[in-house]
Design a protein. Structure first.
Length: 560
């Protein structure tokens, strides 16, 4: 693929995908020899339009700072040089415990320049959640800010491979005391200018680039390792769901944290790829009225919004109306089912056709609706995106007839598909076998190729846009001395889709109200607020299989 000034202003991927029955997955993708994400999302723009606005960052103090592509390019080259000086080399993992910020993007691009693997982490993770992910990944260096340093200090001595921490923030902010780990300032690490030509961003399509942890129903969270090509694998869906991203006056924003694949790859990186200004601001807690004011003030045109956010915005708009200046062009939404009432509201009140997108951390954005061009039956989520082969399979990996229930699966190879689970070849083989990646989601497909999501065949909980695995929460709850047995399930909720529910077998010595508050604090502080159960059910016993496994499906059935 030849990149020149003219090609940057036209969708360069979707028109080039061609149907080819002889190709491994039925399509030929125009993947360039150099698929480095720093090159595609930063450097090529820096060469032809260096002063073009890439990012607008709104700080906690409300101050706005624009970053052009040249500045991101230079800063990431400076950081790449620093990381190399610290011994970070190709294949090493660099963790980012950062909210939406220029430092996060600079770190991503610096990692890609030297072949390191970027490991984004959610800033609301507690000590236990961070300890597991940092230890399991073997991260050698961590970049975070002063709001997170107390968590890192609590991990002193528990992470033998973590040798260096870079802290974002002013010199007056407190450092964390880590006798066994070298600490330095991010600002100092990126201050010394280097020649950008000495730090080119070059990587073949299959070179590892990023790892994002995802949770399942059993065992610990797994690190999904992705190659540089997976950015390009996202783009056809992005172009469809946003009706051609990169039009005049387009400007992107999502409340979804960039530590998750939805916030980072469904919008942030594609905006930078298409030269669309990206707006970054950390919402401590999503507020629908504040979101509308933010959208109006900053003239946001393109968004990725989880269904829970859209439900809250619908209620807020009905009560308070729309602020003057709201002018939205496109909204993509995914992560949970989107009610038809929300789709109708957005069309009537916002003048926007919401497009639903479907995928997983392991293989993202493979199904999409195409509103307003293609009407869908109620409850349908769309068709397979051009370039991805998606099917409904039975237990024997055979396609199901139209209308029959089966498991949603994606044909290999696919550019958006993960390389595998970090250090877990057995789990990878369970997920990808017989030429298909099996999603674990049950659905059906009609004769026109339209997919309908029905249910999951595992116990992953979808709550407020997050896919939550119960095992991690159960293990945390079981740390409390008054908990004899714990099971975590999802129960239907009109706002969150599912509410995280903890079924507890407690001792009977003290107040259950006090125990509930203690358990909420335990999960909130040790794991993350978004993993905290919102409902507690006290049980005398839990249904178990003959081998001692909790029968979560039977538990759910008792409440339906």
């Amino acid at each position: 693929m030849t990149l020149n000034k003219d090609s940057l202003f036209a969708p360069p991927i979707l028109p080039g995908i061609i149907h080819n029955p002889d190709a491994p997955n039925g399509f030929d993708w125009p993947i360039p020899d150099n698929a480095n994400m720093a090159e595609l999302c930063c450097d090529r723009w820096s060469r032809v339009q260096p002063e073009r606005i890439a990012l607008t960052h709104i700080g906690e103090d409300g101050q706005t700072r624009n970053w052009c592509y040249r500045e991101l390019h230079q800063a990431s080259c400076n950081l790449a040089a620093y990381l190399s000086q610290q011994g970070i080399a190709s294949g090493d993992r660099v963790a980012l415990l950062l909210s939406q910020s220029p430092e996060a993007l600079i770190t991503h691009f610096a990692c890609y320049r030297i072949g390191a693997i970027a490991l984004p982490l959610f800033t609301l993770f507690g000590v236990d959640a961070l300890q597991f992910r940092l230890a399991d990944s073997g991260a050698k260096l961590l970049i975070t800010d002063t709001s997170q340093t107390s968590k890192i200090a609590a991990l002193e001595g528990q992470l033998p491979e973590l040798a260096h921490v870079l802290i974002c923030g002013s010199e007056s902010d407190s450092d964390c005391a880590l006798p066994s780990i070298t600490t330095a300032r991010f600002e100092a690490a990126t201050k010394e200018p280097v020649n950008p030509e000495d730090w080119p961003a070059i990587a073949p399509p299959d070179a590892p680039a990023m790892m994002i942890y995802t949770s399942g129903t059993t065992g610990a969270p797994k690190g999904a390792l992705h190659a540089h090509r997976f950015l390009l694998g996202h783009l056809p869906n992005v172009e469809i769901s946003h009706n051609g991203l990169g039009q005049e006056s387009d400007k992107g924003w999502t409340p979804a944290d960039w530590a998750w694949i939805g916030g980072l790859m469904d919008l942030a990186m594609p905006c930078l790829y298409y030269g669309v200004p990206l707006v970054a601001m950390r919402f401590v807690k999503f507020d629908a009225n504040e979101a509308f004011d933010f959208i109006a003030k900053h003239q946001i045109r393109n968004m990725f919004l989880p269904p829970t956010a859209l439900k809250l915005m619908r209620f807020a708009e009905a009560e308070h109306g729309l602020p003057e200046g709201v002018s939205i062009r496109s909204i993509a939404s995914g992560g949970e089912a989107l009610p038809e009432a929300v789709v109708s509201w957005a069309k009537q009140r916002l003048g926007v056709d919401i497009n639903e997108i479907y995928g997983q951390t392991e293989c993202n954005l493979v199904i999409c609706s195409q509103r307003p061009h293609t009407p869908l039956p109620e409850g349908a989520m769309g068709a397979a995106v051009h370039g991805h082969q998606v099917a409904i399979l039975d237990a024997d990996n055979k396609p199901c007839p139209p209308g029959n229930l089966g498991e949603i699966a994606v044909k290999t190879p696919d550019p958006v598909m993960m390389l595998g689970y970090w250090g877990q070849p057995e789990k990878t083989a369970e997920k990808i076998s017989g030429g298909w990646l099996r999603t674990g989601d049950m659905g059906c497909m009609d004769k026109d190729g339209i997919f309908i999501f029905v249910a999951r065949d595992d116990d992953v909980i979808t709550s407020a846009g997050y896919r939550v695995g119960p095992s991690e929460i159960e293990n945390c709850l079981m740390q409390h001395p008054r908990v004899q047995l714990a099971a975590v399930i999802g129960l239907p909720d009109p706002i969150r889709t599912e509410i995280i529910t903890a079924c507890i077998v407690p001792d009977q010595h003290e107040s259950l109200e006090e125990l509930e508050e203690d358990l909420k604090k335990l999960v909130k502080n040790r794991l993350s607020p978004h993993l905290m159960p919102r409902r507690f059910v006290w049980q005398q016993t839990l249904p178990l299989t003959a081998t001692g496994k909790i029968m979560r499906r039977k538990l759910r059935g008792a409440f339906m």
